[in-house]
Design a protein around this ligand. Structure first.
Ligand code: IPM
Ligand code: MG
Length: 361
């Protein structure tokens, strides 16, 4: 198969983890006889430096042409006080919206060999295998009106949480379909005791649920969900939630996996102008400028995102499971980066990437 992939390494550790993800991609292509067409583009802080924009037109064009995009990370402290349009994050948000990838899948697994990496007690995290389905192109991230205004000597900041019925409906369907192939349970997370937005969310999710009678549905308020994630994480199979809640809960979920460096993600649902499906794949972690360029970052979230890409964008299930099995073998072998190994000699980013390739044979 021909795999036409755009890479957007972005900022900070995005560069080094993407390098290892590409190493694994090349290895898979070689081993299974796929033709790999790789293009690299600019996104985030590096794009601002080189072009003045966090999402140059050229990057958008390349992403719309590619079958799938692999992103590293965006964000640099030097832009912390920059105006909204000159922030690296704006590039990523623009890309998600332009590609129309409305469903962000963030699996969280507690690997047996890494239980001690989590600050939680082993008996709580053992066997955790959940997936957060985060709505990705709506809610507070994109709602209007937004902005900071001066009025009568007072400064006001406004953001808007807005969802339409169809935006909720389509992401709910992704969650129910996914649950159908797993443990058949969807937990929808909202704040319907306070927000009208969440009341509509809950209503639409209940309607969609009727079409999936073999999938059980329950609802949690987001504050309670935050607590249940660390009190009783095994109760979760598929967690369905809106954009900001999903952003926050997925970082919390990383504690279950031992490190945020472990978490991959797949953003799906988008279509190109031609009608073809398009996906964006990115590790959940940020650009971690404090450790960038030191060959210490954990590349497994990025490598897991390659597995997700092979499965969702190309339907290459065998290749995807081969990558996932190799990741597990490497974890079992103890060849892991410092985030998973607080004492003892850690492996480098590059060594982990090479070990994953070696484990695939
Ligand atoms: C994530 C990140 C992004 C988000 C940032 C970098 C804009 O935190 O993917 O979780 O908030 O969506
Ligand atoms: Mg986040």
């Amino acid at each position: 198969m021909r795999l036409n992939i755009l890479t957007l390494p972005g900022d900070g550790i995005g560069v080094e983890v993407t390098r290892e993800a590409v190493r694994v991609l090349r290895h898979v292509a070689g081993k299974y006889g796929h033709e790999l067409l790789l293009t690299e583009g600019l996104l985030g802080g590096v794009a601002i430096h080189k072009t003045g924009s966090p999402l140059p037109d050229e990057t958008l064009r390349l992403a719309l042409e590619a079958d799938a995009t692999l992103m590293g990370a965006v964000g640099l402290p030097e832009f912390d006080n920059a105006p909204p349009d000159k922030r690296p994050e704006k590039g990523l948000l623009g890309l998600r919206k332009a590609l129309g990838v409305f469903a962000n899948l963030r699996p969280v697994r507690a690997y047996a060999s890494q239980l001690d990496s989590s600050p939680l007690k082993n008996h709580l995290v053992e066997g955790v295998d959940l997936i957060i389905v985060r709505e990705l192109t709506g809610g507070l991230y994109y709602g209007v009106p937004r902005g900071i205004t001066e009025d009568g000597g007072e400064t006001r900041a406004v953001n808007t949480m807005s969802y339409t019925r169809s935006e909720i409906d389509r992401v709910a369907r992704v969650a129910f379909r996914l649950a159908g192939g797993r443990r058949k349970k969807v937990t929808s997370v909202d704040k319907s005791n306070v927000l009208e937005n969440s009341q509509l969310w809950r209503r639409v999710v209940c309607e969609v649920a009727k079409e999936f009678p073999d999938v059980a549905l329950d609802h949690l308020l987001v504050d309670n969900c935050a607590m249940q994630l660390v009190l009783n994480p095994r109760r979760f199979d598929v967690v369905l939630t809106e954009n900001l809640f999903g952003d926050i809960l997925s970082d919390e979920g990383a504690v279950l996996a031992g490190s945020i460096g472990m978490l991959p993600s797949a953003s799906i649902g988008g279509r190109r102008p031609s009608g073809a499906w398009v996906g964006l794949y990115e590790p959940v972690h940020g650009s971690a400028p404090d450790i960038a360029g030191q060959n210490k970052a954990n590349p497994l979230g990025a490598i897991g995102s390659v597995a997700a890409m092979l499965e969702y964008s190309f339907g290459l299930k065998e290749e995807a499971s081969a990558v996932e099995r190799a990741v597990e073998t490497v974890l079992d072998s103890g060849k892991v980066t410092a985030d998973l190994r607080p004492c003892g000699a850690p492996a480098t980013t590059e060594q982990v990437g090479m070990a994953v390739c070696a484990a695939m044979g």
